[in-house]
Design a protein around this ligand. Structure first.
Ligand code: FAD
Length: 489
C-alpha cells in the first residue's frame, strides 16, 4: 500500500519535471534502471550546441528503452523528446520524409498519413522519438524490418556543436545510422516512405510444429508461444501478412475453434489481464489452453490507414478500440520487463523450446516467464552494420517477466548466447554484455569507436555505462551510491 503510494508520488514528481531544466532522475521503461542527471531541454539546435559545450553530455529520447542504454549519471542529459526540434517535411518527388529529433514515431506517422504515405516498418508502440527508436535498432517484422534501414540521410552535431551530414553511400553512414548513442545528438533524419497499403492479415492458434506450413505464401510473420503449454509442441499464436492485390474488399474469414471454441475465446480474451493480475494462474491457464487443443484461423483485410501496423481492419490506433482476441496477444509490452535479442532465423523454434525448458526448470525457485515468448521474423538483410539482420535474416525473441525477475531474463539471455554465439543484441532491450562483441564484429566496433573519436575529440559526449563496458572504452561514471560511499571520487 505504502509502496504503491510512494510509486505514484515518484511518477507524479517525474511528470512535473517534464519540460523543466535542472537535476532530474531519469528512468528506463518499467524503472529497472535509473540515474540522476542534469536535464537540458534543446529548444532549438543553437541552444543544443551551446549546452553541449558546457561539459559532459548524453542524449535521451523518450527514455523508453528497457535496458538503461539512455541513462548516464551526473552529466547534462539532453532531453530530446521535450525539445523544439519538431519539424517534419515530405518531398513528393522522392518520397523522402525529413524529421527532427523531438518528433515521436506517432507524430511522424500521423504526418505521413496526410500524404497517404507510411513508414516501411515500425515497432508496435509509438511514443518513442523517431531518432531514439532508430538509434537502438527498433524493428517490426518482415522485409526491411529494422526501422533504421529506411534512413537515407542524417545530420548530427559534433563535439564542437558543428553540423555533420551523412548520406546513404558515405563510408561512415552504415555505422552512424544505427549507433546506440555513440554519435549524438542526431538532430535530423531523412527517411524513405512508401504508399499506404492494405494487407491480408491472418491469425492462427495452432502448434509450433505447424509454423512453416502455415507461413506458406506469406510475406511477414510474427509468432508467439505460451511458454508453459507444452514443452514438445507449444501452443502458438501466429500472425502473418500477405499481399492484397484485390481492389475489392475481401470478406473476413473465421475457421475452426470447435465446440470448446467459445471457452477458449473467453480464456484467451482475458489471458493478459489474468496473467498480469493473477500470476499464480499463469501456468494452469496455459495448461488448460493446451488441453483445449484449439486450432483457429482468422483472416481480415487490413485498413491501409491503420497506423500502428498491428494490422487490423480499422484506421488509426488499435489502442483506441476494444482489443481483438488474437491480435491483443501480440501487444504484451505493458505487462512487465521485456528483454529481447536476435537469433538466426531458422534457429528460432529451437531457441524458443530451449528457453521454455530452462524457464520451466526454474519454477521451483519461483521464476515464471510472463505472458508469451514473442518472435518477430526479420527476413532479408540490412547494410547497416549494427542492424540485427546485417549478417543474415534473424528472429527477434522477446521475453517478459516481472521487473523483480529481471536478472533471470539476463541469465536466459546468457545461456542462449552460450549455445548460439551468432545471437545479436537489441540495443534498447538486451542486457548489453561483452559476449555480444564477436557477433557484432570486433573490427566493426573498433571502426565505430574511430568514427566517434574523430567527431568527439573533446570527449564531451558520454554514452551509457553499459555501452562503455560493452565497447571496453573506459570505466563507468560514478553513480550517487558509488560517490557517496567513497568507492570513487
Ligand atoms: C511499450 C514499448 C514497446 C516497444 N516496442 C518495440 C518494438 O515493437 N520493437 C522494438 O524493436 N523495440 C520496441 N521497444 C523498444 C524501443 O523502441 C527502444 O528502446 C527505443 O530506443 C526507445 O526510444 P526512445 O525515444 O525512448 O529512446 P531512449 O530510450 O531515450 O534512447 C535510446 C538511445 O538513443 C539515444 N538517443 C536518443 N536521442 C538521440 C539523438 N537525438 N541522437 C542520438 N542518439 C540519441 C540514447 O542516447 C540512447 O542510447 C518498445 C519499448 C516500449 C517501452
Amino acid at each position: 500500500m505504502f509502496r504503491t503510494i510512494r510509486n505514484i508520488q515518484a511518477r507524479r514528481a517525474i511528470a512535473r519535471a517534464e519540460g523543466v531544466e535542472g537535476p532530474r532522475r531519469i528512468y528506463s521503461w518499467i524503472h529497472v534502471f535509473r540515474g540522476e542527471a542534469n536535464a537540458r531541454i534543446p529548444s532549438d539546435p543553437g541552444k543544443l550546441a551551446d549546452d553541449m559545450v558546457q561539459g559532459l553530455y548524453s542524449c535521451v529520447g523518450k527514455s523508453h528503452s528497457y535496458n538503461g542504454v539512455q541513462i548516464v549519471p551526473g552529466v547534462n542529459a539532453m532531453i530530446m523528446s521535450e525539445g523544439g526540434l519538431k519539424h517534419t517535411a515530405y518531398d513528393p518527388v522522392t518520397g523522402i520524409a525529413t524529421v527532427g529529433a523531438s518528433v515521436s514515431v506517432r507524430e511522424l506517422k500521423e504526418f505521413l498519413l496526410t500524404h497517404d504515405r507510411r513508414l516501411i516498418n515500425s515497432g508496435n508502440y509509438m511514443a518513442q522519438t523517431v531518432v531514439g527508436a532508430l538509434a537502438t535498432g527498433t524493428h517490426g517484422f518482415g522485409e526491411r524490418g529494422v526501422m533504421a534501414d529506411a534512413v537515407v540521410g542524417l545530420t548530427f552535431l559534433d563535439g564542437a556543436g558543428q553540423r555533420v551530414t551523412l548520406k546513404r553511400g558515405d563510408p561512415d553512414f552504415a555505422y552512424v545510422a544505427l549507433s546506440f548513442g555513440t554519435i549524438a545528438p542526431i538532430i535530423e533524419l531523412q527517411i524513405e516512405t512508401v504508399p499506404v497499403e492494405a494487407f491480408i492479415s491472418t491469425s492462427h492458434i495452432n502448434r509450433l510444429s505447424k509454423l512453416r506450413e502455415l507461413q506458406q505464401g506469406t510475406i511477414a510473420s510474427n509468432w508467439a508461444v505460451l511458454p508453459y503449454s507444452d514443452l514438445e509442441d507449444p501452443v502458438m499464436m501466429l500472425h502473418t501478412l500477405a499481399p492484397c492485390h484485390a481492389a475489392a474488399r475481401r470478406a473476413n474469414v473465421r475457421k475452426g475453434g470447435g465446440l470448446l471454441g467459445p471457452i477458449a475465446n473467453w480464456i484467451i480474451g482475458r489471458y493478459q489481464w489474468l496473467d498480469k493480475w493473477v500470476p499464480p494462474m499463469r501456468r494452469p491457464l496455459q495448461r488448460l489452453i493446451n488441453r483445449l487443443k484449439i486450432v483457429r484461423r482468422d483472416q481480415i483485410q487490413t485498413d491501409p490507414r491503420d497506423m500502428d501496423y498491428l494490422y487490423d481492419p480499422t484506421p488509426g490506433l488499435a489502442g483506441d478500440r476494444p482489443p481483438n482476441i488474437l491480435r491483443g496477444c501480440f501487444s504484451t509490452t505493458f505487462t512487465g520487463y521485456n528483454l529481447a535479442f536476435f537469433v538466426p532465423l531458422e534457429k528460432a523454434p529451437a531457441v524458443v523450446k530451449f528457453i521454455m525448458r530452462e524457464a520451466d526448470d526454474l519454477r521451483d525457485l519461483g521464476f515464471y516467464l510472463k505472458g508469451i515468448i514473442s518472435v518477430r521474423e526479420l527476413t532479408g538483410t540490412t547494410p547497416l552494420v549494427f542492424g540485427a539482420n546485417h549478417r543474415e535474416p534473424v528472429a527477434a525473441i522477446d521475453l517478459f517477466a516481472d521487473p523483480r525477475d529481471y536478472a533471470w531474463l539476463e541469465r536466459l539471455q546468457r545461456l542462449v548466447l552460450q549455445y548460439e554465439p551468432a545471437t545479436r543484441p537489441h540495443f534498447g532491450k538486451s542486457a548489453l554484455m561483452p559476449e555480444f562483441r564477436d557477433a557484432l564484429g570486433q573490427a566493426e566496433l573498433a571502426r565505430l569507436m574511430n568514427i566517434h573519436r574523430t567527431h568527439y575529440p573533446q570527449k564531451n559526449l558520454m554514452f551509457s555505462e553499459r555501452v562503455r563496458a560493452f565497447l571496453d572504452v573506459g570505466r563507468p561514471l560514478a553513480g550517487l551510491a558509488a560517490a557517496d560511499s567513497g568507492l570513487v571520487n
